[in-house]
Design a binder for this molecule. Sequence first.
Ligand code: ATP
Length: 321
Amino acid sequence: MSTLEAVDTSMSPVGEGSPAVLVEDLWKRYGDVEAVRGVSFTVRRGEIFGLLGPNGAGKTTTVEIIEGMRRPDSGQVRVWGYDPLAQADHVKRHIGVALQSTALPDKIKVREALKLFASFYPRRIPVGELLQLVALQEKAESIFDTLSGGQQQRLAVALALVNDPDVIILDEPTAGLDPQARRELHEVIDQMRARGKTIILTTHYIEEAEKLCDRVAIIDRGKIIALDTPRRLIARSRGRSRIEFRTAAPIDVGALRQIPFVQKAAQNEEEYTVWTVDVPRTVVELIKWLESENHELLDLHVTRPTLEDVFIELTGRSIDR
Ligand code: ATP
């Protein structure tokens, strides 16, 4: 069976079990730059799916192709069973896209912007409900350019929701926001999850992907290099956990390195750190050794690897570089 046939049969628009979004072998080049190089994934209905990658990885290009704003050089996309280019009207009924909020006129008021966007669609969520959803009730009559960055981003999300879409695309929704504004936007995303919405979120914030997403595709240089739940990505990685502890009296770091399962050891003032891939066994061996040497343990905690460690392991560099 050809790839095209496979897409068509599995993606009947009426099929309840069919995925919310299907992306198959997308390629996109801008001149000499190969922005997207064979990207494939499926987004299930009701899940929050993250595209995590550094600047320039190809995230925006991928979501713009899903939105129907860009034509791929090759590959297939289906949104709720429809082709974003050939069946744009169907796709528009099911998709909501958070625009860069700066695309709005400076002097428009929050309520006016929501009403304007709602007027484009037959199906819509009442403006009052949208304002409540993004916690902007108090700003309903405020002029757009007087809003904070976080409020502008929340308005952009509300505008994406006016037609009560099934699939919502948020491209770097929290970029440049302070931690408080970022948390507020995370709450909005959690509310959308509670409403059963399917969300595709691009981000280069590791904690955001780890905290919000049901599954994460790590994208680098136009390719997906890993895709799974954050927990499984971390569990599968060879990332080392850190065991940090303090003792009543100083100990010899060299001796720590001799303890079974310890891969590396270091001292930072009064705190010692050992690295391992096997936390339970290492803790047992460490405590046995401390007792045999008559060292009193004051405190101990374990730090598990994060998606950041997974990214470094896969690419050999940090996501911010
Ligand atoms: P960012 O977070 O910086 O937007 P991204 O992961 O979303 O990064 P893209 O914006 O998709 O990545 O860009 C992928 C590559 O394609 C980059 O090298 C970028 O410079 C290039 N690119 C994107 N849009 C264009 C365009 N319109 N013309 C030429 N090159 C482009």
